[in-house]
Design a protein around this ligand. Structure first.
Ligand code: B1M
Length: 215
């Protein structure tokens, strides 16, 4: 199997066996002169998008996604210094966080990993994030999208506060918003005027791409 294909497979399987470690495969590919862009897009991102599709169709579960994301991260860590020197632009910047009062972060982390896997620059604001913090980070990083996660019916309302605060800020309509989390629905997104809703991590990537007009 070709090296880039092995990297893709390594992400899908999540580093099975010492000889299949994604980090090592990426180093070998670089040593053989394979382009950084190809390693990233055809290897790491391609592998993560396979996992994303499987997760969406319930063909795999949270542990498999976490293992794949870990393998992917080990590969991107090798590429990061090279990416900074190359001309590969991230497809967009997303500030993501769990809204004020809410400490659940497993789902939010999955969405963040999938977005990174799809080539986005992800700024993770963490948990218990106030509207002002989302806005401050979005301004600092010139974000295209603000992603909010909430797992409690009591904290969902903070999404409304955040969307309203964004609209009232200088970010105005420049920044798109995506919301998600177990109690959140498309109907709620429409009600509060969020740009999009995603029921799972892979759909979060689809929605972000859709909002930014990326095929
Ligand atoms: Co909490 N908790 N919890 N909890 N907890 C729930 C959510 C609950 C449903 C359990 C229950 O009662 N059955 C319930 C909420 C009830 C409600 O509001 N209707 C609940 C409660 C009540 C609480 C406390 C209030 C309990 C207490 O202290 N009395 C408390 C609140 C603390 C707080 O936040 N202020 C609390 C605390 C905790 C722990 C700290 C113990 C822990 C969180 C650990 C952590 O996250 N680091 C925890 C956990 C683990 C859960 C359950 C068991 C699992 C949540 C989870 O991680 N799911 C949960 C019950 C359940 O769901 N079965 C429960 C897996 C995760 C992958 O799914 O987060 O839905 P999820 O993310 C999905 C999608 O929703 C979507 O993509 C993800 C991947 O597909 N998605 C997005 C999520 N965010 C997105 C953002 C996007 C797009 C998609 O765009 C930006």
């Amino acid at each position: 199997m070709e090296l880039v294909e092995q990297i893709k497979e390594g992400v899908i399987r999540g580093d099975i066996g010492v000889d299949r470690k994604v980090e090592e495969l990426v180093k070998t590919a670089l040593a053989k002169g394979i382009a950084v862009e190809s390693i990233l897009k055809d290897g790491l991102i391609a592998g993560m998008s396979v996992i994303g599709g499987q997760f969406k169709r319930n063909e795999c579960y949270v542990p498999e996604v976490l293992v794949a994301a870990r393998a992917m991260k080990s590969g991107t860590a090798v590429l990061k210094p090279l990416l900074a020197d190359s001309h590969i632009e991230p497809v967009g910047t997303v500030v993501i966080g769990t809204v004020k009062g809410d400490l659940h972060d497993i789902g939010k982390n999955l969405v963040a990993m999938m977005l990174e896997g799809a080539g986005f620059n992800v700024i993770d604001a963490g948990i218990d994030v106030a509207p002002e913090k989302f806005i401050q980070l979005a301004k600092e990083h010139n974000a295209d999208v603000i992603g909010m996660s909430a797992l409690l019916t009591t904290t969902m309302t903070k999404m409304k506060d955040t969307v309203e605060a964004i609209r009232a800020s200088s970010l105005g309509k420049k920044v798109r918003t995506i919301i998600g989390g177990a109690p959140v629905t498309q109907r709620y997104a429409d009600e509060i005027g969020a740009g999009g809703f995603a029921p799972d991590a892979a759909s979060g990537v689809d929605r972000a791409k859709q909002l930014l007009g990326i095929a």
